[in-house]
Design a protein around this ligand. Structure first.
Ligand code: GTP
Ligand code: MG
Ligand code: ZN
Length: 327
């Protein structure tokens, strides 16, 4: 008598929600299957990867890029079940987009952090640690580069006076970003955040200790994720979340919690004017006296600089642009 549940032996599709070195957790329907990657897929590692999905014109520079790992969290994959219940990933389906890190060098290696995102949630603490606006501007530029919507989430609002904080947040709202003010202590903003996450694939990005994991636990208490202990004297963040994992939300959608990742180096290796990634500056770019060669820093007749002087562009965002241009 056949006691096994009959399952079709053919390939199935699923989504990678977690990985460690060489092992991938793939969810398909209600099932989670631990997989390895097929040797054929691994061979992709040694070949240059042409980024055919890129919408940008400057793609000629990616021909030398090689991937560190052919499979990323968020990937839709095809896999085959083995007799012991594990699986082998045979194919990664085309990615809609990907958040990756590129190490510069003659042989740049690409590490895809997460694929197929609907939005990026840039998490900034109102205090402890104090807000790093340059880092936020960097994340927002990353989101613009990826053409993925960004949501700003301010945490620990219980530690500051909301009125005093309003101006900092308005800088971003005025240029068209949504910002949610939250506190895991008082519950402020939780409903608003939940509805922003509903039915979307999101990634939480932010410095270590800003409260990303605490927020996730508050949104979905059954996750029970480890968070940083109440900080000691230094208040310095040690990384508490050690790997990337994507969680499904009970009300629909999923969120990837990340260990505070600082830089992606997405656009740093591309030959583009990053002023374009500061959305409020875009309309001025074409009007500079020196046209496309203007760096918007010292040139006479710079329309961007003139807009800063006229108060149409916030000085702090402009200063952060200049700082990001330098590294
Ligand atoms: N007062 C206050 N403290 C908070 C709030 N949210 C989180 N914290 C505290 O901030 C500390 C860091 O929180 P985590 O959730 O571990 O931060 P994280 O961003 O996940 O940090 P990494 O995993 O290291 O990247 C913990 O001690 C939390 O209790 C909040 O809204 N208000
Ligand atoms: Mg964490
Ligand atoms: Zn200019």
């Amino acid at each position: 008598m056949d006691t096994t549940i009959s399952t079709p032996a053919g390939p199935r599709t699923g989504k990678v929600f977690k990985k460690t070195v060489g092992r991938y957790w793939v969810k398909s329907g209600g099932d989670a299957v631990i997989c390895t990657a097929s040797s054929k897929l691994r061979k992709v590692l040694v070949y240059p990867e042409a980024d055919a999905s890129s919408r940008r014109p400057t793609v000629d520079r990616v021909v030398d890029v090689q991937t560190v790992d052919p499979v990323a969290v968020g990937d839709e994959v095809t896999y085959k079940r083995s007799d012991d219940g594990t699986g082998v990933i045979t194919e990664v389906l085309p990615r809609r987009n990907k958040l990756s890190r590129k190490a510069a060098g003659t042989q740049p290696l690409e590490q895809v952090i997460i694929a197929n995102l609907d939005q990026m949630v840039a998490v900034v603490a109102a205090a402890q640690p104090p807000p790093k606006w340059k880092l936020l501007d960097r994340y927002l530029a990353d989101a613009e580069f990826l053409e993925v919507p960004a949501l700003i989430c301010i945490t620990k609002m219980d530690l500051v006076d909301e009125g005093e904080f309003a101006e900092d947040v308005n800088v971003y709202r005025e240029v068209g970003y949504s910002a949610v003010l939250t506190s895991a202590v008082t519950g402020l903003g939780m409903d608003e955040l939940k509805s922003a996450l509903e039915d979307r694939v999101s990634v939480f990005l932010g410095k270590s200790g800003v409260g990303k994991t605490t927020l996730l636990n508050r949104i979905q208490p059954d996750l029970g994720l480890a968070v940083q202990e109440v900080s000691g004297k230094t208040g310095k963040g040690k990384h508490t979340t050690s790997h990337l994992e994507m969680f499904e939300l009970g009300f629909g959608g999923s969120v990837a919690d990340t260990p505070g990742i600082r830089e992606f180096g997405l656009w740093q290796t591309e030959d583009i004017d990053i002023t374009w990634l500061f959305r409020e500056m875009r309309p001025y770019i074409g009007s500079c006296k020196f046209g496309a060669s203007c760096t918007h820093s010292h040139e006479p007749g710079c329309a961007v600089k003139a807009a800063v002087e006229a108060g149409e562009i916030t000085k702090r965002r402009y200063d952060n642009l200049l700082r990001l241009q330098r590294n």
